[in-house]
Ligand binder design. Structure first.
Ligand SMILES: N[C@@H](CCC(=O)N[C@@H](CS)C(=O)NCC(=O)O)C(=O)O
Length: 244
């Protein structure tokens, strides 16, 4: 059995899509990042980076007999791909290409998209340089994907894989990210084809109620949300034991 620590966001949808596509049994453990549940010691013991998604795979045990706890959506996708052998080619050339596009997403559209969201929608002051910098970088990356998808259905090897799953959630945010999908027709076609897959639809719907459930954020969590200092991070981590 797998526990998926979840809040409906692009990084977390990657994992719920893979779990749904593979038909694996899993429990959804809600972590409401809007009210600071990512800073609670129980969650930090699984994801000391205080981010979702995270996962516990009870079928895989470590040297101490404890189940495997994993954070980082890319690592979780690769773990599930290796566990099931699905959406993960056995051919080394093709597998390396899937890995390439997963890593490209993890280092590119994810972090750049996160910063674009922040400066476009959440930053307390409007900083035009930062808005332009991150919006343009997202645009550059998405145009590369549009170019890659010219004449093909799927991102890596033209076969549906975890590379597609990794990328889809971020494209759902196209309006928030100031991107015009009509100007990227190959990306738009792929995005719509992904959205028609029943597993993607189920994965996207999970936990909508978690986001909609009102909750209070403590002053302490509020101060951690956008401006966590190294001192605060160390203080938080001092409450948990070291994890692999
Ligand atoms: N590199 C990480 C990024 C995870 C991440 O940024 N998660 C966001 C939601 S998409 C989060 O948990 N934010 C909570 C916070 O910033 O406090 C991954 O891909 O898993």
């Amino acid at each position: 059995m797998i526990d998926l620590y979840y809040f409906p966001t692009p990084n977390t949808w990657k994992v719920s899509i893979m779990l749904e596509e593979c038909g694996l049994d899993y429990n959804v453990v809600p972590v409401n990042i809007l009210i600071g549940q990512q800073f609670e010691p129980e969650f930090l013991a699984i994801s000391p980076n205080n981010r979702v998604p995270a996962m516990v795979d009870h079928d895989v045990k470590g040297p101490d007999g404890q189940p495997l706890a994993l954070f980082e959506s890319g690592a979780i996708l690769i773990h599930l791909a290796e566990k099931t052998g699905q959406f993960w080619p056995s051919d080394p050339y093709k597998r390396a290409k899937v890995m390439q596009w997963v890593m490209w997403q993890m280092g590119g559209t994810g972090p750049m998209g996160g910063q674009a969201n922040h400066f476009r929608a959440y930053a307390p002051e409007k900083i035009q340089y930062a808005i332009d910098r991150y919006t343009n970088e997202v645009s550059r990356l998405w145009n590369l994907l549009d170019w890659k998808l010219e004449g093909q259905d799927w991102i890596a090897n033209n076969e549906y894989s975890i590379a597609d799953m990794a990328n889809w959630g971020w494209i759902t945010l196209h309006e928030l990210q100031g991107q015009d999908l009509d100007a990227m027709p190959n990306l738009k076609r792929w995005f719509e084809a992904m959205g028609e897959r029943p597993a993607v639809q189920r994965a996207y719907e999970i936990g909508r109620d978690i986001a909609a459930t009102p909750g209070q954020i403590s002053d302490e969590a509020k101060s951690l949300l956008y401006g966590q200092t190294p001192g605060q991070a160390r203080e938080m981590l001092s409450k948990i034991s070291n994890v692999d």
